[in-house]
Design a protein around this ligand. Structure first.
Ligand code: WTA
Length: 657
């Protein structure tokens, strides 16, 4: 099929000043269709958030909506709440026990519907298992799991007793798991015997065994969910099968009445340095923020919608919009285990048709992959149940937006391009589907109650034009700190423009209508297929290989994955050379240290790297070379000829994997 950039049908869609008003049919029935909601929230933003907090069930009310000692926030300070109670018990008590919480779809075609009552029972049993294993309020529990119904149950089981979960994406290596468990002194780790990848079982528990033992003295117990029939090593006294141990405990577990600011979870994400940051989210404010945004942005009608956020629970999108937001709102969701193209490239569309999915939330990378595979795959299926489409994780190019709108949404579904971060906890800049006129590629306007601005380097607000994105007042789901690193929290986010202005780390433009256009990261964080990674982390993984002398990584523009990792590597003692085996060795090494997703797409062997006289590697020049741009002044380099040599190597393409 023709490349999306050449398709004339999309061209037609993208003319007409490139704006799309909410379809009239949609607008009429939308939960929010009066722009006055923005003024109302703006008039008293704390009261706006408070009105959302009141929709949750609290054991004890708050007196203070917000205590703000910048940058330290306490929302609903005196309130007592439990996230699992809000996600489960209150719905069951309301007669919704038989409602499906998750239509789980296994990669191999297995399916399982889990109702709210069943999820509550799984959760309570798991909470009792944790207690039996000695886990107490405030302890950390690791979760390293495929997409199974047990995954949300494990998270909610932690929340029930006030344990703090620390989920590690199943695509990360066990070394990443180890690092994250070590810092947080996790007592228990929940994992599976194996995960299914394109029909093949990939052992998980067996790999986890490599990191257990002396180096993780706090980690006393491992709970293993049985997904496959693979033989799995189990150590007596330490390892327990989920299905066995959860039968040894009671079905009832009273939810702990927790302070609003009690930590709900830690989620590690990449930053500018090689060391990941443990983002800490707390309970009351986070639940308020995710429930509100989930209801408003997705125009949720809990009794009618079948909602599908096709992310992985291991990322923040899964935490907020597969688990906490949807369950708080008593939503029926799809929980899909596998890849979008297994067994064939119409797998997603088959699921949409079968379950009558009404809301689909995914990332631009997935949309671009579908465009490449061809319209015939979605066209094979009846997608008329869809009424709203969402995008998250990276900037969406206008043509991908247009394709999504036309081919998937049949031109009747509003598209919400939602901007937010692990740190923000919930959606921050987004259209409201019944109100906002959308422009493909723009996340449009801050959510009601949120204040955002683009600023210059000196902090001056830019009315129209480019600069750095900032958030200028607290919001309920904001990260409260970095786990055990308060100083780093202040320094990274709350110092650059003042202690009460949040420094996002993204470049953005604001247009004459006040619409926000997110450009990308301004730090050493890169975004590959919507997965957030640190170039420094990948570099340090590469240089830990014994044959590597030096390495520099950049994220180069990539038409499929948004950005791709390109590594410039100097080998120990044999400058400039490296063969296919060496490429493989380095890629495997990175997969082992971090995870397959961090493997460089391309490795360029370099005799030397472009450095300033003080020895600092100029990554910007490497990025310019990789993306084929002219280089400006290179006279500040210690050896200006280095860039030319690298450019020749890149151009010759001989080092492609
Ligand atoms: C990028 C994912 C453009 C951005 C929820 C941000 C986006 C980083 C969008 C956070 C969007 C996320 N348009 N860019 N709609 N959404 N980003 O923490 O650079 O994994 O800072 O959170 O993804 O990634 P994270």
């Amino acid at each position: 099929m023709a490349d999306v950039e050449e398709r004339e049908d999309l061209e037609v869609l993208l003319r007409d000043e490139d704006v799309f008003d909410p379809p009239e049919e949609f607008r009429k029935q939308a939960n929010f269709n009066d722009p006055a909601v923005y003024d109302e929230a703006e008039g008293d933003w704390q009261a706006w958030w408070e009105s959302w907090a009141k929709k949750l069930d609290w054991f004890e009310p708050w007196e203070t909506v917000l205590e703000w000692n910048a940058p330290w926030a306490k929302w609903f300070k005196e309130g007592k709440i439990n996230a699992s109670y809000n996600c489960l018990d209150r719905h069951v008590d309301n007669g919704k026990g038989d409602k499906v919480a998750y239509h789980w779809v296994g990669e191999d075609g297995d399916t399982r519907d889990v109702t709210y009552s069943e999820l509550l029972e799984m959760t309570q049993r798991f909470a009792n298992v944790l207690k039996k294993l000695g886990v107490e309020k405030g302890d950390v529990v690791g979760i390293y799991m495929p997409m199974l119904p047990e995954t949300p149950a494990a998270m909610l089981g932690c929340a029930r007793i006030g344990a703090i979960h620390n989920v590690v994406f199943g695509g990360f290596s066990v070394n990443s798991v180890k690092e994250r468990m070590e810092v947080s002194d996790a007592k228990v780790l929940v994992t599976a015997d194996a995960s299914l990848r394109r029909g093949k079982p990939m052992p998980m528990k067996e790999k986890v065994d490599d990191i257990l033992g002396d180096e993780l003295p706090s980690l006393k117990s491992v709970i293993v969910v049985k997904r496959t029939d693979e033989d799995t090593p189990m150590t007596e006294g330490r390892d327990h099968w989920w299905h066995e141990i959860s039968q040894e405990v009671d079905t009832d577990c009273e939810p702990e009445q927790l302070e609003a600011e009690h930590p709900l979870y830690i989620l590690y994400t990449s930053g500018s340095t090689a060391k990941p940051k443990g983002i800490v989210h707390t309970t009351g404010g986070y639940m308020t923020g995710v429930a509100a945004t989930h209801e408003v942005v997705f125009d949720l009608k809990p009794d009618d919608d079948v909602y599908w956020c096709a992310a992985d629970i291991g990322w923040v999108t899964g935490h907020s919009y597969i688990v906490y937001g949807p369950l708080a709102n008593c939503t029926t969701s799809i929980l899909y285990e596998g890849a979008p193209d297994f067994p064939d490239k119409d797998r997603w569309w088959e699921i949409v048709e079968k379950y009558g999915v009404t809301i689909l939330y995914t990332a631009p990378t997935a949309i671009r992959a579908c465009i490449k595979w061809g319209d015939e795959y979605p066209n094979k299926h009846d997608l008329s149940s869809l009424r709203l489409l969402g995008s998250v994780g990276e900037p969406i190019n206008p043509r991908a937006w247009a394709w999504y709108h036309k081919v998937i949404g049949g031109e009747r579904c509003p598209v919400v391009d939602t901007w937010w971060q692990t740190e923000t906890g919930h959606i921050m800049i987004t259209p409201l589907p019944g109100i906002t006129r959308t422009k493909p590629g723009s996340a449009t306007q801050p959510f009601p109650g949120i204040e955002a601005a683009v600023v210059r380097k000196d902090g001056e607000i830019v009315e129209e034009g480019g600069g750095f994105l900032t958030l200028r007042r607290p919001w309920p789901g904001m990260a409260r700190t970095l786990y055990k690193e308060d100083d780093r929290f202040v320094e990274t986010y709350w110092s650059k423009y003042g202690k009460d202005i949040y420094n996002v780390g993204d470049a953005a433009k604001i247009d004459s209508d006040g619409y926000f256009w997110i450009v990308g990261r301004t730090d050493d964080v890169i975004n590959v297929s919507g997965h957030r990674m640190s170039t420094m982390e990948i570099e340090s993984a590469i240089v830990s290989h014994e044959k590597v002398a030096e390495a520099a990584c950049i994220g180069a523009k990539d038409e499929d994955t948004g950005q791709a990792v390109v590594a410039f590597v100097t080998l120990e003692g044999r400058a400039g050379e490296g063969d296919d085996d060496m490429v493989q060795e380095i890629r495997d090494h990175v997969a082992d240290k971090i995870g397959k997703l961090a493997r460089p797409k391309r490795i360029v062997w370099a005799d030397d790297l472009p450095k300033t006289r003080s020895g600092k590697i100029m990554r910007r020049l490497l990025k310019d070379i990789a993306e084929g741009r002219e280089l400006g002044d290179v006279t500040t380099l210690r050896d200006p000829t280095v860039t030319e040599k690298i450019r020749e190597k890149v151009a010759s393409g001989q080092t492609d994997e």
